[in-house]
Design a protein around this ligand. Structure first.
Ligand code: KG4
Ligand code: ZN
Length: 381
């Protein structure tokens, strides 16, 4: 079954065709990052206008590549689309396009939750050669980060970690989701982006901080110096805080204290320009990143010990972070759980995760054609 997936929840206009939920036959992502860069973050009006301008070409290119991969008999069996959470004017563009396509092609429409889709990414692989043709010999799982099919990976603990969300999700079986912990304020990616903005490093901050921190740690190693991290707060909610919706505080993170600590530190040291001139930025960003990584690892460890999981599934843009990937690998080895992480190209927002999950979530919503966007859609809703 070949499903076309459309994703426009934030600043990527994306479309993909995925066979039977896992085999990515076409994947096209147009990123709007350069449009938002001058503003230091995503501007919803700019995002929605750019989605309107690009959606036709992006979907058209995904369908063209699908035909190259499987031949002229290529057909689309269903259209899947993100209907939340995300920016309302951005989601609307994708949902309306998907409704039109589903109606035009005479196929079902499958609405998908963006965060649940991030947790599907480790199950995606692709069998497309460099010239766009399909490699016949590629078996399921051949080039995937995992050979497991979703049902075999259950029960699982999920960690969705991106610019818009940071949550721990209990998945007793595939397609069943319950949030057991989350951030009480900023998402991890937001914490990276805001720090980078404060330090004048540009947008998006995550990849820049990742690189600078990696080079700093490498330099220390080469000079046989111990890495001297600044002791930033480790993202624990304040003592006595009962976290959102009755979630246990020890499975939740809060990055507001960390951000304030960074701001105070930078002010005390004379501001970002002076710090940059004195070469102080690398140590700060490495320490800040370490605080985020340790806070996430700490909550994930607690969640893994509290449940009985066969696997630990991680998805979302921040899972590209090299330090986080290393720390999660160590955690999974110590806790004897199988870690499933997406191939790097499926970590950020993409249509493949939408089309992929849709195969497993086909008959969930009755009247999909009359569904509206839901910017605050909850996991498991
Ligand atoms: O999943 P994603 O593409 O979009 C959302 O659903 O939010 O995630 C984007 C976020 C941004 O905040 C970006 O700074 C962060 O992922 N990010 C990273 C890295 N690459 C992207 N954060 C830390 N380290 C990275 N290497
Ligand atoms: Zn996302």
């Amino acid at each position: 079954m070949d499903i076309l997936g459309i994703e426009t929840s934030c600043d990527e206009t994306a479309a993909a065709v995925v066979r039977d939920g896992r085999d990515v036959l076409a994947n096209v992502v147009y990123t709007q990052i350069p449009l938002h860069q001058p503003y230091g973050g995503v501007v919803p009006e700019i995002a929605s206008r750019a989605h309107i301008e690009k959606i036709g070409a992006v979907v058209g290119e995904a369908m063209r590549r699908h035909r190259v991969a499987v031949g002229e008999e290529a057909s689309i069996d269903a259209v899947a689309v993100t209907y939340g959470p995300g920016l309302s004017p951005a989601l609307l563009v994708g949902l309306n396009a998907a409704k039109g396509l589903a109606k035009g092609l005479g196929v079902p429409l499958i609405p998908i939750n963006h965060i649940e889709a991030h947790l599907h990414t480790p199950f995606l692989f692709d069998s497309i050669a460099a010239d766009g043709s399909r490699q016949q010999s590629t078996a399921v799982g051949d080039r995937a980060s995992t050979g497991l099919c979703p049902a075999e990976a259950m029960p699982a603990l999920g960690l969705a970690i991106s610019g818009g969300h940071t949550c721990l999700v209990d998945q007793p079986e595939y397609g069943s989701y319950r949030i057991i912990g989350q951030t009480l304020d900023d998402a991890a990616g937001e914490a990276f982006d805001k720090a980078a903005k404060l330090l004048g490093l540009g947008y998006p901050g995550g990849p820049k901080i990742d690189r600078i921190a990696r080079e700093y740690v490498e330099d220390c190693r080469q000079q046989s110096k111990a890495v001297d991290f600044i002791a930033f707060p480790k993202g624990r909610p304040r003592e006595g805080v009962t976290a959102l919706a009755g979630l246990p505080a020890d499975l939740c993170v809060s990055f507001s204290g960390l951000k304030t600590a960074l701001l105070r530190y930078v002010q005390r040291e004379g501001g970002p320009e002076r710090l940059a001139a004195e070469g102080g930025i690398p140590r700060i960003v490495a320490s800040y990143q370490e605080a985020i990584v340790q806070s996430v690892v700490d909550r994930a460890r607690t969640a893994l010990r509290r449940g009985s999981y066969r696997s630990f599934i991680v998805g979302g843009g921040v899972s590209l972070n090299s330090r986080l990937r290393a720390a999660l690998n160590e955690l999974a080895a110590a806790e004897r759980v199988r870690l499933l992480m997406a191939l790097p190209k499926y970590c950020g927002d993409n249509g493949a995760m939408i089309a992929g999950l849709a195969f497993f979530r086909r008959n969930r919503v009755e009247d999909a054609m009359s569904l509206d966007v839901n910017p605050c859609l909850e996991v498991g809703e």
